[in-house]
Write a protein that binds this ligand. Structure first.
Ligand code: DAH
Length: 343
């Protein structure tokens, strides 16, 4: 019995010496294995306890347990000291150079279509318009009927679209927003509405089944065609330069009377005639007119008291002219090499 007891006391002494010389947490680990592990010295003594008598066993067992607990506590304490030393050492030797140049962050840029939308809206916001919005999934009622395009009207053929149900479709124009704005507000009204529109057209260099328009609507007492011309002249000059002129050609839209298509002097040749304007000197950019009295009345606005003008600007056309893009498909392909030019 005293052999085992002496052995235990020796182990404890050796351990206490060795624990003091530990300098790293790895050393602490090896010490734990050496003394307390499955094949460790203390475990070996416990195994030998089988040879003891029934009286001796609890005494030595108790001593062994006390020594184990003591060793574990000592080791834990030493380990936390060693860890603190390691941390202090690390802080003293490792420095971070905050003056090193960082990896450059690559920045995206606004898409040319949205740049054009911003530029156009900016002109009208400057004239006191506010931005209006409407749904892209629209009722036939708003997209067509309230704009005087009843079912079966031939002008519907030029605006074939994608139907969700018989009465719900992807809007073919931003003009339905006019109706929504007039139904919800009393004059004076002055809004621009940028947005996506849809038509079942095949994609080629000048057509896309999804494109963008900016609708404009002004309703008040005494609004005239002259006001329309003034606003559009300003739009043309701000986007394409002071020398840009506009030209109104008579046209027909069911929701305006009179109606016109509006051309701008060619942004490429300034009006002399070139490849871009196909020798015309002019490029068509929008449709416009005086809001039809029946449309006003249909939205609860008395056409005897109020009048209004409206216009619908083709955003793709404008963006292509503004940034010198010759194929509409470039705007949708998301080719980084193309888009990067508009940073
Ligand atoms: N919505 C027409 C189109 O897509 C463009 C247009 C013409 C809008 C005349 C108007 C307008 O507001 O008054 O072809």
């Amino acid at each position: 019995m005293s052999d085992l007891k002496n052995e235990l006391l020796t182990i404890r002494k050796v351990f206490q010496n060795e624990v003091l010389s530990i300098r790293t947490s790895t050393e602490a680990d090896s010490l734990r294995v050496k003394f307390l592990g499955k094949k460790g010295e203390l475990t070996a003594v416990l195994r030998a306890m089988g040879s003891l008598t029934a009286e001796e066993r609890p005494v030595i067992g108790q001593l062994a347990n006390d020594i184990r607990t003591e060793m574990e506590d000592t080791l834990a304490m030493r380990l936390s000291q060693v860890r603190a030393m390691e941390k202090a050492e690390q802080l003293a030797t490792q420095t971070i150079d905050v003056t090193l140049p960082a990896q450059p962050v690559s920045m995206g840029a606004r898409h040319p279509l949205y740049k054009a939308i911003d530029e156009i809206c900016e002109v009208f916001l400057g004239l006191g318009y506010v931005i209006a919005e409407g749904p892209e999934v629209e009722y036939d009622l708003y997209n067509f009927e309230k704009l005087r395009l009843p079912k079966g009207h031939p002008a519907r053929d030029t605006q074939d679209t994608f139907y969700i149900t018989e009465n719900i479709l992807l809007r073919t124009q931003t003009s339905p927003v006019q109706v929504r704005v007039m139904e919800a507000n009393k004059p004076p009204i002055k809004v621009v509405c940028p947005g996506k529109v849809y038509r079942s057209d095949a994609l080629d260099s000048t057509h896309s089944p999804i494109f963008h328009q900016i609708e404009g609507l002004v309703v008040d007492k005494g609004v005239t065609m002259g006001d329309l011309v003034g606003s559009l002249q300003l739009f043309a000059r701000k986007l394409f330069g002071e020398n840009t002129k506009i030209r109104l050609r008579p046209h027909h839209f069911p929701f305006t009377e009179p109606s016109c298509e509006v051309d701008l002097t060619c942004w490429s040749c300034g009006g002399k005639g070139c490849r871009v304007c196909k020798g015309e000197g002019w490029i068509e950019v929008l449709g416009a007119g005086m809001v039809h009295p029946e449309v006003l009345a249909g939205c609860g606005i008395d056409p005897e008291i109020y009048s209004g003008f409206a216009f619908g600007i083709g955003v793709e056309r404008t963006a292509m002219g503004r940034f010198g893009i010759d194929d509409i498909r470039n705007l949708y392909e998301n080719d980084i090499r193309f888009l990067r030019q508009f940073k």
